[in-house]
Each structure stands twice: as structure tokens, then as C-alpha cells.
Design a protein around this ligand. Structure first.
Ligand code: CA
Ligand code: CA
Ligand code: CA
Length: 186
């Protein structure tokens, strides 16, 4: 059984990934996500950045279709998502997925390509989600563990790990995808 704090975070992540808001995850959501990011970054089809982003998210989508979609209807329900993650996160492959995700996330947010994410870059990235600017700044302050004004790969690695595994309601990584206290719709 997933601890309630972890379950709440993973349900929150499900909602973020459900880009077309139809209550399930499907290829459409991942195609839309890739479209949103590549449009924002002006990454053209065929460039290495586009390929890497596409490879990660469609690879993740394929994985969900094979391992999480229990009834094979091409739609991952929230229950299937939680069932899959609970098992996958305890397996060794989880560390590979986390590493690939951290690398691609850093590239997506690092407009200046100096291998770290400033608050301006972070804000620019969150325009995709139309998140309130105050909320974005508050999120950044939680995530910037050493308070130097930048998110580094080490920080993102620690934060993602906390998001996925921490059962402590105070862990900064709970903020990885924004304010974790926003209620989850049913
Ligand atoms: Ca969807
Ligand atoms: Ca940067
Ligand atoms: Ca920092």
C-alpha cells in the first residue's frame, strides 16, 4: 500500500500529465505535452532536443501501455497508474527512468544552456501551465535547496527522489510539480 502522502503526490502528477483533461492518460496526453514543450522551446522536429524529449515521453507512454494498462484499452486510469507506480518505483528500473527524466527536465527548463535553472527560466517554463506567478516563485524557493538562486542537476535529482518516495509532508521535493497542497479533484 502506498503511504497516503505519496499517493496524493502521484495522483497530483497524474492530473498534470492528463493534458487533455479527460480523466485518463493516453498517447494523446503525451503527444500534447511534447507539442507544448517543443513549441515553447521552438525545438524543431529532427533536432536532437526534440528527439530526446520525444524519446523519453513516448518511451514512458509505451511503458504505461505495456505495464499499466491492465485491460488494454489504451487508457490508463488513475487506479492503473497508482498500481503501476507502486510496483515500478520499488524496482531498479525506476532509477534509470528518474535519471532520464531529470536530464530532459533540466534541458527543457534551461533556456540559457548553462546547466542550471534560474528563477526567470523556471517562470518562463511554467507559462505552459499558466500557473500563478506568485505560486511559481513560491515553488522555486522551496526547490532551491541551497538558496543560491539556481536549480542544479543535483538538486533536481534529490527533489524528484523526494517527490516520488518521501513520506514526509515537509520535504521540499514534494513541490517538484508545484504546490502539493492544492486539492486533487475527484
Ligand atoms: Ca488524458
Ligand atoms: Ca540556465
Ligand atoms: Ca540551488
Amino acid at each position: 500500500m502506498l503511504n497516503p502522502i505519496r499517493e496524493r503526490k502521484l495522483r497530483y502528477l497524474f492530473q498534470i500529465l492528463d493534458r487533455n483533461h479527460d480523466g485518463v492518460l493516453s498517447r494523446q496526453d503525451f503527444e500534447q505535452l511534447i507539442g507544448e514543450i517543443t513549441k515553447m522551446r521552438a525545438w524543431k522536429w529532427g533536432t536532437s532536443q526534440y528527439e530526446e524529449l520525444h524519446f523519453f515521453w513516448m518511451g514512458f507512454c509505451n511503458r504505461l501501455e505495456v505495464w499499466a494498462d491492465q485491460n488494454g484499452d489504451g487508457k490508463i486510469t488513475e487506479a492503473e497508474w497508482l498500481w503501476y507506480l507502486e510496483q515500478m518505483l520499488d524496482r531498479f528500473e525506476a532509477s534509470y527512468i528518474q535519471k532520464a527524466f531529470t536530464n530532459i527536465t533540466l534541458k527543457v527548463m534551461d533556456f540559457s544552456q548553462d546547466n542550471q535553472v534560474s528563477i526567470d527560466e523556471f517562470t518562463k517554463f511554467h507559462q505552459i501551465y499558466e500557473t500563478d506567478i506568485e505560486e511559481v516563485h513560491q515553488t522555486f524557493l522551496h526547490l532551491d535547496l541551497n538558496k543560491d538562486g539556481y536549480l542544479t542537476k543535483d538538486e533536481l535529482t534529490t527533489l524528484l527522489n523526494e517527490f516520488l518516495y518521501s513520506e514526509n509532508p515537509q520535504s521540499p521535493g514534494n513541490w517538484f510539480w508545484g504546490n502539493p497542497d492544492i486539492p486533487v479533484n475527484n
